[in-house]
Design a protein around this ligand. Sequence first.
Ligand code: ADP
Length: 487
Amino acid sequence: MPGHRHSHDDLSCLPLRLLIDGDWRDAADNRRITVENPATGKEIAQVADAHAADATAALDAACRAQAPWAALPPRQRADLLHRAYEGLCADRDRFTRVISLETGKPQAEAQAEVDYAAGFLRWFAEEAVRIHGREQQAPGGGSRQIISRWPVGPCLLITPWNFPLAMITRKVGPALAAGCTMVLKPAEQTPLTAILFCRLMQEIALPQGVLNLITTTRADIVVGTLLADKRLRKLSFTGSTRVGRLLLAGAAASILRTSMELGGNNPFIVFDDADLDRAVDSAVQAKLRNLGQACTAANRFLVQDGIAAPFTERLVQRFAALSADNLGPMIGAAARANTHGLVQDAAARGARLVLGGKMPAGHGYYYPPTILTQVPADAPLLHQEIFGPVAPIQIFTTEADALAMANDSGYGLAAYACTRDLDRVIRLQGGVETGMLGINTGILSDPAAPFGGIKQSGLGREGGTEGIDEYLTTRYTAIATPATSGT
Ligand code: ADP
C-alpha cells in the first residue's frame, strides 16, 4: 500500500538516536526503546533509550550553548523560528504520517495537529522581538529604575504522547524566542515525531546544543538526574497531575521555576436555551477530538432537564455514526483498560449504558464511542480523567446547580457551556473555576491564547503573550540620579 511505503521511507531516513550537542548518538548503555503502532500493536521502530549519563551530557551541551544563544539578537532568533515554521509547513505530509503512525490518530487529526503545532512556531517568532521591560522614576525620587527581562536559562521540557508535535512546539517555540537552551524529553510512546522535529531544527541551522533530545523509558532516573543538577533553571511539563506532583516535589530541592500543564475534569454544560445543533457539534468536538485523549476533552456532560432528552438522542446518533476508521485506536492497552474499567464501574453502580461500552476484539487498541446516562454522583468517571471516547451525562435543573456541579472538582482546566443568554455567559465567566471557558464551541486551543489551568490543573500558561513569560525572568536595576539632574 502506498501509505505503508511512505511510512517506511519516513522512518528509514530518520536518525533513531539521541540529539546531543548537534550529534545523533546512541544511549551510553546502548539500550533501545521499541515503538509500536497502536492500530496494530506491532513494532514500527527502535530508538535510543537514554540513561542518566546521556541526560547529563545533554544538559552540558545546553549550558554551553546558553550564553551565545541568549546573546543572539532577537530578530535572528525570530528568523530561525520563522524558518522552522516554514520548514514544518513544507514537510506537513511527512509529519502527518509519522504522527499518525505512532499515535494511531487518523490522518485528518494528525494533519490538524501539524497545523496547530506550526502555529506556535509562527506565534513565538512574532513574540521574540516583543520582549519588553519598563523604566520608571522611583516614586520617592533619587533614582531611576530599569526593569528588564532575561532568559531564565537551560530548560527541561517534558511532553506527553497525545499531541506529540504540538506539545513540543508549544514549549520549544517560547523557549527559543526567549533565548533559552533546552533538553527535550518526549513521551516514550511517541519519540519519532520528536526526532523528526529535531532534525528539522538542525536543517534550518539552529546552533548545536540549543535543542537536545533525550528519548527514554527511564524517565524517573533521567529526569531525576536533571532535576538534581543545579545548572538546570526551568522545568516545563505537560502530563498527568500524578507525575506533575512528583516533579514539583523534585523541583523543590533547587527551587526550580516550573510550568505545569496537568489533568482536568472538564464539564460540558448544555442549558435549555442552547442552539441544539451547535451544542451537539461542539459536544462531539470536545469529546471525540483525539478520541477523548486530550487534557481539554469534555469529561462529563451536565445537561439541563428541558433539553436533556433531545440532546442525548442527537449525541447518540452522532457517536453511533462514527466508525473505528474515523476515530482511530487509543494509544495503548493500559489506557484502553483504564477507560473500560471506568465504564464498567459506572454501569455496576447503576448508570445506564445507552451506547458502546464493549471491549472490541481484534488487533489494535480500539474502543467504541460510549454514552452513559443516570450516572450516580459517586462514580469515579465523574471525578477522574476518562481520556477515552466516553461521555457520561448528568441532568441538572437550575444554573446554580450546574455551577456547583461544574466546580465540584479538584481540577480547574477547561469548561464548556452552550447557551444563547448573554447575561448567563457573563455569570459563567466569573463563576466557573477553570483557566479556560468555551462558549458554544468545543475547541479552545489556539497559539494566540493563554492555555492553562487553575487548582490542580497546573501552574503557568502556554501560548498567548503569557507563554513567553514562563521562560523569562525579571531583573531590576536602580540608577541613582546625579544631584544636578533634579529628578
Ligand atoms: P500520560 O498519562 O499522558 O502518559 P504522564 O504524566 O505519565 O502522562 O506522562 C507525561 C510525560 O511525563 C511523559 O513524557 C512521561 O515519560 C513523563 N513521565 C512519566 N513518569 C515520569 C516520572 N516519574 N518522572 C519524570 N517524567 C515522567
